[in-house]
Design a protein around this ligand. Sequence first.
Ligand code: SF4
Length: 352
Amino acid sequence: MKKHCLTFSKNIFIPVTNVCRNACGYCVFRARSVEEAYLTSKKAFLSVVKAKGAVTEALFTAGEKPEDSNLSRWFKKKIESVGQSSLVGYTKELCKLAIKQGLLPHCNLGVLGREELEELREVNASMGLMLETTAPPAGTAETETEVGLEAHRNSPGKDPALRLKTIEEAGRLKIPFTTGLLVGIGETPEDRVRSLEAIKSLHQKYGHIQEVIIQPFVPKPGTQMWENKNKKRKRPPSFEELKEVVRAASEVLPGEVAIQVPPNLTSPRELLELVKLGASDLGGISERTLDYINPESPWPGEEELRRVVAPFELRERLPLHPRFVKQRWFSEEVRPLVEKYADEEGFRLRTP
Ligand code: SF4
């Protein structure tokens, strides 16, 4: 077994809004009614920032294109009440506030167009969008051999062509980019390899993919994927399947692209096994905020992670990976913070 260095970052997790135009079969994040909907205010954001501790990253996530959702009227009013007209415009303001507070933003707002990416690029250290899978949503498959995913039947934004386009535009704009696969939502093993190949091919063109997350689907009560029609409980992917995907990722992806496994979605023993198979990044961990996508799974603390992955070395990084720090793929707006936080290798400067 060849020992490689493992990386992670420390962040605070800010869900900007839970209003979303999609309705994925496994999601507990999206608001189903006005009563459940929210837009995080600047005041609420700043109160989280005040208790941030020694973190370098503000991770902003949101439902996709809330302006086109079934709660669009509610969202329009809400966004106007904060003096903005779009999710992107408001998130940009929050990113600027984050920078002022010493945090490097990383936004994942779903499918975005080139102009939106350009707007956010200057106030983000890196950005992300899960490809999830190249399998098409049910009802949209174009060939007989393609099996559409029921989990994405009501999610127009999960059309893989749209997602690959966003990832490609990010490459053209030289944005250090995070993407990944959601494993176990009905895709086949061949789909998984096709997804990895599609990411590899964009990376070979633009060199911008910093990490690929291998995220297991976790069934949640109250979602379409909790039970099927026969009241049979849906199961998460087996550990054997996860191992297979990490193995495939190590074979398909170029060595400079990190393979990320979320440390709150596997047991410590499984995590170490995935690391031995080639996983090299543990993503962002937050000791102060929830994983709003998997709220039932708290992140382990840094010391616990170090124990779990020993004898592998664990090094803290910024939201942009060391390679992009060294290549200076960052804007003038975030430059002072990147230079303050990074050491000469591009990792997080060790604090005494
Ligand atoms: S998983 Fe994401 S895209 Fe799908 S419904 Fe939930 S918030 Fe929207």
